[in-house]
Design a protein. Structure first.
Length: 102
């Protein structure tokens, strides 16, 4: 058996794990689908339409924002969320490569 040296960048590996964890949650996927359908969305609209508590919505949006999946913009007292499509495209490419589909 041939030995192969495998090396990982710990910082990139940690980020990748957090990113995949963020995308693996069913409620976060629902939130992303809602933002995708509606474009730039006010946080209030997200939790009222999806019937989620405000605090729960904020926690999930925070995870998506910290991993770079969404961006937020504060306009007055309102916070609007947008999907970072280039980030999701990179995730799709990486997952497809991992699965041998690229």
């Amino acid at each position: 058996m041939k030995k192969v040296k495998v090396t990982f960048n710990p910082v990139q590996l940690d980020y990748s794990c957090e990113l995949m964890r963020a995308l693996a949650h069913p409620l976060r996927l629902k939130i992303l689908e809602f933002i995708d359908r509606n474009g730039s969305v006010n946080v209030n609209k997200i939790y009222s339409n999806l019937k989620i508590e405000q605090s729960v919505t904020s926690q999930h949006l925070s995870i998506l924002r910290l991993t770079g999946v969404i961006t937020t913009e504060k306009v007055g007292k309102f916070v609007f969320c947008n999907i970072n499509y280039p980030c999701l495209e990179r995730v799709e490419i990486a997952v497809n490569r991992f699965l041998g589909k690229a």
